[in-house]
Design a binder for this molecule. Structure first.
Ligand code: C5P
Length: 315
């Protein structure tokens, strides 16, 4: 009998990304407003008949519904693989060996936390497996494992709209009204997250006017009104400067997207550009417009807030 555990987790955009001091652990203090969108990663665990006490992942494969990256991402270093083995090790019971299948709908290295969503979906799928053989991990333990895998993984687990401080992993849910409609555009040039942060440090070192934006009051007020125009006006990303410096071609995309939508901004560390629109119809029009102007760029429509990681099916 084959047992499959299917879970999903959302991609995200930062409505606000304020980057503070560099810390001794290589991370930066953040004030971030995360917003989960309904473009979701799907992770399936396929259990074998072989039981084991140790790490349980034997293989993995990713199917790409977005551009395939140059390098092979299926291996023990993949966050989904590490997430499943972390849950299995912590559970401390004999479990079946598994194969992981990832359906990737969020751009790779795009600033939308696709890898973190894979990890979050893998955590809840693995916990559903554990529940069939012993006591599942409680929510706090799962959250601690998430934080140990990466700064964005706790938010991928939680979903919704949330304020993140510390490394971005100390989260509190934010009030928001209504739905926000988005277009996401991938200009197909990856930006390594760590490089965006270190370039911001260098730019600030040379330019005293580049101060951290840590105040989210206007944005949180805008979110409670549900007025997309006000949200658009209050969005901010300290990493947009470094992303533009590394990938100058983003400037034209941001210009054209800003003319078409309510606001265009780099998502997280980039290079994905997020365009806030005022309705689904507007978003569909903006998506078509951008696809016409930027031949070969990937474009999709999504809306938020969306729920965090959930188990969708066990069979
Ligand atoms: O946690 P994650 O592996 O996603 O972070 C990737 C890199 O981004 C880190 O190694 C660090 O260089 C940078 N980062 C940071 N401050 C944060 C989050 C990430 O400097 N709060």
């Amino acid at each position: 009998m084959v047992h499959k555990y299917v879970a999903s987790a959302p991609g995200k955009v930062n409505l606000h990304l304020g980057v503070g001091e560099a810390r001794a652990d290589g991370y930066h203090e953040l004030v971030s407003v995360f917003h989960a969108v309904d473009r979701r990663e799907r992770v399936t665990l396929i259990a074998s008949d072989t039981m084991t006490d140790g790490p349980i992942v034997r293989s993995m494969s990713t199917t790409f519904f977005v551009d395939t990256p140059d390098e092979d991402i299926d291996g023990p270093g993949n966050l989904a693989w590490r997430a499943v083995d972390a849950v299995a090790t912590r559970a401390g019971v004999a479990l079946p060996e598994v194969r992981i299948e990832v359906d990737k709908h969020v751009f790779v290295a795009g600033g939308m936390a696709g890898g973190s969503a894979d990890a979050a979906a893998a955590l809840v799928a693995a916990n559903a497996l554990v529940a069939d053989y012993g006591t599942p991990l409680d929510d706090d333990t799962l959250l601690a494992l998430a934080a140990s895998l990466g700064a964005d993984v706790p938010f991928s687990l939680m979903g919704g709209t949330a304020l993140g401080t510390g490394r971005g992993d100390e989260l509190v849910a934010m009030l928001s009204r209504g739905r926000l409609h988005w277009v996401f555009v991938n200009p197909k040039v990856g930006i390594p997250t760590g490089k965006a942060f270190s370039l911001l440090d260098d730019m600030r070192h040379n330019n005293a006017t580049l101060v951290p934006h840590l105040n989210t009051q206007a944005l949180s007020q805008a979110l409670t009104t549900g007025d997309a125009t006000r949200v658009a006006a209050a969005m901010h990303n300290d990493l947009e400067g470094p992303a533009l410096a590394m990938r100058p071609q983003l400037a034209r995309l941001l210009d054209v997207a800003a003319d078409a939508g309510l606001r265009a901004m780099v998502s997280g560390s980039g290079p994905t550009v997020a365009v806030l629109c005022d309705s689904l119809e507007h978003a569909q029009w903006v998506a078509d417009h951008l696809a016409e102007h930027f031949d070969g760029y990937e474009v999709f429509v999504a809306e938020g807030p969306d729920q965090g990681a959930v188990v969708e099916n066990v069979f």
